[in-house]
Structures are given as structure tokens and as C-alpha cells.
Design a protein around this ligand. Sequence first.
Ligand code: GRF
Length: 204
Amino acid sequence: MKRDRLKVGVLASGRGSNLQAIIDAIEKGDINAEIVVVISDRSDAYALVRAQKHGIPRHHIDPKAFRNKEEYELAVVERVKGYEVRLVVLAGYMRLVTKVLINAFNGDIMNIHPALLPSFRGLHAQRQTIEYGVRYSGCTVHFVTEEVDGGPVITQAVVPVYDNDTEETLSERILEKEHIIYPEAVKLFAEGRLKRMGRRVFIL
Ligand code: GRF
């Protein structure tokens, strides 16, 4: 059975290198999907420029224009829904999401975190990693739940941590892996191969 092209909406706050990796994989024909909209909470996010370069509709929605987090998120949901999005991808989106967004997409929201979850959740994961002194780290793609960086794990990749690593060198090594596993996770979703069972995700 041939599946329809998956419609993906991306939320991003910054440089958007993960967005770019997914765009590239789609343009190469690796993923049967289409990014139909990119939304940013920051007007200066380079992710918006990347979207423009690839002819993808893009919007800046300013959280300051709303009374609270829920109202802002409702506006995001409304905008994203307008593009008939089936999967929401958070790509360097620096805001905590609430159940408003999660419920609106039935939990079909992914995020990437620059550590091997459940280690080093939250901000500055690479700095936490170096300070703690582990020998290996990496990145994790997971479904988003209300628990920050605590949703079911879809896929992970591992990198070594060296004695002379700085936050920057480690981040760079991890980012290379992010650009591989995030498109892979979207591809698995697009192929209907991710089966969620409670905390676990099985790859069919
Ligand atoms: C990545 O390190 C990602 O793991 C984290 O935020 C960073 C986003 O980078 N969630 P980019 O905007 O995709 O380049």
C-alpha cells in the first residue's frame, strides 16, 4: 500500500541545522514527507531563513503578543493545523511545550536532545556531560510528553567524550550524529514503523 506524503510542521528557535538535515533528506528523496510549515518563536531564527530558501511557508509567532503560554500555544496549534500537519518536529525549539500542543497532535511530536536520555536532561546538556565526566554521550530522538526530555525514546546515537573536550567540541561531535538520526526518525514515522507502547517505542 502506498502511503500519502507525511505532512510535517517544524518548530524552531535558532540556527535550524536539524531542520536543514531533514529538508536535505526529503529533497534527496530519502523520506516520503513534506515540511509544510516552519514556525519560530523568534523573529531572528536562522531556521526561518532556511525555510524561505526552500520555499517552505514560515511564520514568526511572538509569545510576547499573548497573555500566557497556553494562549500562545493555541495560536501555534491553530497555525500548524491550518497546514494539515500530521507530525510536529521540534528542532532546537527553546520553549517548554504544554498539553495544549501535545493533545492537539495526539502526541505525534518529536524532539531531539543532545545527550543520551535519561541522562543530562534540560538546558546545557553538553556542559552537564563534561562536568559530570562520563566517557560517552550522544543524542536522543524522543516523543514529547509533558515531562521535559522524558518522553518515549525513538532512537539514539553515541559519541565518545574526550578529556580535552570543550562544550563546543563535544556539541559539534554530537550535532553530526543529530543530523543523521533525526531524519531517520522522521523517515520511520513516515513509513508508519514506530509503534508506541507505554514508555517504549518499537521499530517495526
Ligand atoms: C541541537 O543541539 C538540539 O539537540 C537541541 O538544540 C540544538 C538545535 O540546533 N535541541 P539546530 O537549531 O537544529 O541547529
